[in-house]
Design a protein around this ligand. Structure first.
Ligand code: G4P
Length: 321
């Protein structure tokens, strides 16, 4: 299912980033460690003028510990990029952020050349939680300089390290259909932009192949991993509905309720540590999307050419009349 969703404050965010970016040395992009590809905004590099970027795979406590290192390697192989994993239980996130940024801009040290960092992330990635933790320990200041929106916050992480938090949120730019469904499943997309049952079925389609044992453990399905993997998604959701008592009067299964149960369980980490994409899968989706985009562009170019020919022949006819 293709989800197209843009929070209303995206223009505010874009403007805030554009205003601040000229004085920034490193950009921190907070990502959801369960979706390190889909939770990134591919426009960020453009928006920030390709500044060095620290990718923080946040909520690592919810992600598959076998997959997070693959994603760290994937990002670390990119130019001007460094990646770390983090979660809200970390007692010293500031130290990790400082060390990560220093790797990208080692010369920004000391009071005369302080490190200036901008932090951004899509909704629900844990930015407010992290900012609150950081501000609780250090002094948070509201920006009062010309051109700086009132809500901009500057947090002093060290005497020579300033972190700027832009107002608003980065928006996910959904370029592959799979990303839309997975972002909706983890709660990054506004609730009115998707159908919970459709998203839960898509989620189960993925989980039954990759995390069948966790599904069995949570919902006491009493089935082997192979049997779960072979089940149709609808059948699986029905079974979960029955097991969890999502039944309406008259005995009809309440599939909406069952879908909500599955999504709530995923979001709360009750299903166990799960990641919804690997770098290889994500690259495959990107390649598919690129092929589709190329076909769309070719079709459009063909259509434009035909229109030009039609207009020219119409103009010729008018001249002859
Ligand atoms: P945002 O500003 O990026 O939109 O995200 P926010 O900090 O509001 O966090 C969204 C949800 O994710 C919150 O849960 C928050 O507690 C949770 N969260 C943030 N960081 C982490 C983390 O590292 N690990 C885990 N497991 N959860 C994290 P909520 O249910 O929406 O609210 P609440 O329960 O905190 O009230």
């Amino acid at each position: 299912m293709a989800i197209q969703w843009f929070p209303g404050h995206m223009h505010l965010t874009r403007k805030a980033i554009e205003e601040r970016i000229k004085d920034i040395d490193v950009v921190i992009e907070l990502l959801d460690a369960r979706l390190p590809g889909s939770s990134a905004n591919p426009l960020l590099a453009e928006l920030t003028g390709h500044k060095p970027t620290l990718k923080v795979l946040n909520k690592q406590d919810l992600a598959d510990p076998g997959r997070t290192p693959l994603w760290l390697d994937w990002y670390n192989a990119k130019l001007e990029t460094h990646a770390i994993a983090l979660d809200a239980s970390d007692a010293a996130p500031a130290r990790k952020l400082i060390d990560g940024c220093r790797k990208l801009a080692p010369t920004r040290q000391g009071l005369s050349r302080p490190m200036r960092v901008l932090i951004c992330g899509i909704p629900n990635v844990g930015k407010s939680t992290l900012i609150n933790t950081l501000s609780a320990k250090r002094q948070a200041k509201t920006g009062d300089e010309a051109g700086v929106t009132k809500q901009e916050q500057r947090i002093v992480l060290a005497d020579d390290f300033y972190l700027w938090d832009t107002p608003g949120m980065l928006w996910p730019r959904i370029i592959v259909d799979q990303s839309g469904d997975r972002l909706a499943a983890t709660g990054a997309v506004g609730r009115n932009a998707y159908d919970e049952e459709v998203v839960a079925l898509d989620l189960l389609e993925y989980l039954k192949g990759q995390y069948a044992a966790q599904l069995d453990a949570r919902y006491k399905l009493g089935l082997s991993v192979d049997d779960i993997a072979a089940m149709h998604d609808d059948e699986l959701l029905e079974r979960i509905a029955r097991k969890r008592g999502a039944v309406m009067s008259g005995g009809k299964l309440n599939m909406q309720k069952a879908a909500e149960i599955v999504l709530t369980d995923l979001r709360g980490g009750v299903l166990g540590r799960i990641s919804l994409e690997t770098p290889a899968e994500f690259e495959g989706w990107l390649a598919e999307a690129a092929v589709k985009e190329e076909a769309r562009a070719l079709k459009k170019a063909e259509w434009d050419k035909r229109k030009v020919r039609k207009d020219a022949s119409r103009a010729r006819r008018r001249e002859q009349e």
